[in-house]
Design a protein around this ligand. Sequence first.
Ligand code: NAD
Length: 429
Amino acid sequence: MAATTVYKEPAPRVANTENPLESMMSRFNIAAEILGLDDTTYEVLKAPDKQVIVHLAVMMDDGKVDVFEGYRVVHNTILGPSKGGIRYDHNVSLDEVKALAAWMTWKCAVVDIPYGGAKGGIICDPTRMSVGELERLTRAYTVSMKDVFGPDRDIPAPDMGTGPREMAWIMDEYSKTVGQTASAVVTGKPLVMGGSLGRTEATGRGVMVSCLAALAKLGMQPEETSVAVQGFGNVGSWAAKLLFDKGLKVKGVSDISGAYWNENGINIDEAVAYKNAHNGRLEGFAGADPMDPNKLLTSKVDVIVPAAVEDVITEHNAHDIQARLIVEGANGPTSASADPIINQKGILVVPDILANSGGVTVSYFEWVQNKQGFKWSLDMVTDRADRIMNDAFEKVYATSQQYNIPMRIAAYVVAIDKVAQTYKYRGGY
Ligand code: NAD
């Protein structure tokens, strides 16, 4: 009989200085107070609708069976079926997934798309698993979530550690359980099986669109603006490339291998080509000099775009930030304890739930196309996504002016107000 082992978490990759759920709740509480949210709606929204914890027994290539813990948290579905990615990482925790699920509710409400919020995760290290092991894990997770997922119930998508390949497996396994091809059960699929044009670059594009909108408010010209981008994966590299195309000088970029600086501006097309040819890493890139990664976010630039991991701007480094504008590509890059410091310094922040919502917007377009059985052109996707991003930006900005509050809290106010109003109309307690 094959031996059974329980997967053990390696040491954390990044020290989380704060619990992400507490960070989210502290902003939610401020916005709820400003809105005068009634106690019932507050109680309903502060806890997720549903939390599912599963243990998945998966045969590894060496014949042993490992048991992985997986989660799916559905935070809220008052606006529509829940939507949210699935994260494969050794740092995944239920608290993190709960925070990310709530963020999805607020994100969908901010951009005004008819979805609720959810998130999933499996504690695993995908970099140390074979393709076969990952496929068996993904299929086991899908089977265990067959009563949670559904094209009109809960629609997963990629997140850290997952991509189109995993989405294809989920679509296939789910389709088998229901006995028909169910393309709309998942987004972020490969193009040939119902993925949308423009999805790959959608989050980075939304970061670029909201950055330009914020620069206009600050009276800054793109050609005279410098930027540093932390993270050079999907979000960071696309944001850097599209900002570079708009004439911004990208002086610094970083990834897990280190940080790289060029005072005259990095040629991002060359950096992307280098990364693609070197296993997704910038290490050894000759178009910039290595620098201390801890100094990237406090370097002398006009804009910083954290697009890697959570809690990288904290009370420890916020005082030293020199940028006038922060555009949050990552989810939760700023810990709640840094908020007052940033506000006091007068730095404008385009918060994560607004700045990185281009991804879920084009995911929504993918789902609409699957349901229509019709493919949109790239222009149609980008025009509509840009319009949604700009409308959401203007709404959040106007709310921040109206209440004299930071854009982060304004984004929560916009989102919570929409959800609370829907509860009022739907009633039914
Ligand atoms: P990714 O895995 O494609 O890229 C992550 C990048 O960050 C890599 O370049 C990696 O080397 C780098 N990195 C990791 N740890 C780092 C560190 N400590 N310092 C500097 N760089 C580091 O992931 P992604 O899809 O680009 O996601 C990045 C962030 O954006 C995450 O917070 C994710 O939740 C969020 N996000 C992604 C999407 C999307 O559509 N991909 C949508 C919304 C939000």
